[in-house]
Design a protein. Structure first.
Length: 264
């Protein structure tokens, strides 16, 4: 029997990339009760609190029932937070356990490294978003004004947060550092991005400040895809998110190329 020949890797290590994506996807699927069910229940609790405690059933925003207005923001928030959590926790856990070297030594380029982790984060974000829609559909009518924009903003938003999660995970030495990024960057940016309100209700200064937040555009465009109502031009929002994704990807590639807190 002839000896096995070494596998020749071309310009793209497709098998290696697929293996990394599969690894990142299986991480959250195995513990779906924590990574999918729990976030969906949290989203449902937000919905119930706003509906019952704050009289959401009797309020309207530009002629649209408040709960229908709120729904896309809650779903996008869950997508974003879970895309961030998947990449950031994966990298920090690997660093703490000391097995990050297994991925660093694999025959993967830094582009494949970034793509693999990012796709895993996107998968978890979209899974939580789809499950949230399925559950919330039992409590409120869900209308799709433009399904294409819903998918586009879900992809752009989950990509942005997955990349942010990679940056946070690489920077963090321990879980306390990662918690600081989550509590002082991700959560405030999400809550202050029009998730629960329209910026038309804000004073001019605060409305302009809100429009400087990239998170605002992913929620605003996502909401338009459901109810046909947006606070800013959709083209500007897509451009801001695409540029943000490109900038974050470039930063991830730079950190990997330099070995920042990974190889030193």
């Amino acid at each position: 029997m002839s000896p096995k020949q070494p596998r020749i890797i071309g310009a793209i290590n497709g098998l290696g990339l697929w293996t990394l994506v599969l690894k990142e996807t299986e991480r959250f699927v195995i513990v779906a009760s924590q990574t999918i069910v729990a976030p969906v229940l949290t989203t449902l609790l937000y919905y119930i609190v706003f509906n019952l405690a704050f009289g959401g059933a009797h309020r309207q925003v530009n002629g649209i029932p408040f709960m229908e207005f709120l729904l896309p923001g809650l779903i996008m928030m869950s997508i974003a937070q879970n895309a961030f959590a998947n990449t950031s926790s994966s990298i920090v856990i690997s660093k703490v356990q000391g097995n990050i070297v297994d991925v660093l030594m694999a025959p993967l380029t830094i582009f494949e490294w970034v793509a693999g982790y990012t796709l895993g984060g996107i998968a978890r974000g979209l899974a939580v978003g789809a499950a949230s829609i399925a559950v919330l559909a039992f409590f409120t009518p869900i209308h799709l004004h433009n399904p294409g924009l819903v998918v586009l903003h879900a992809l752009l938003g989950s990509t942005m947060l997955a990349l942010m999660g990679m940056i946070g995970g690489i920077w963090s030495v321990k879980f306390d550092h990662l918690a600081a990024v989550t509590n002082f960057v991700v959560m405030p940016a999400t809550f202050l991005s029009g998730t629960f309100y329209t910026t038309a209700q804000l004073p001019e200064f605060w409305a302009k400040l809100c429009h400087l937040n990239p998170f605002f555009y992913m929620i605003d465009g996502f909401r338009y895809g459901f109810i046909g109502l947006a606070d800013s031009p959709l083209g500007i929002g897509v451009a801001v998110m695409a540029l943000s994704d490109a900038a974050l990807a470039a930063l991830c590639l730079f950190m990997l190329h330099s070995g920042y807190k990974l190889k030193s």
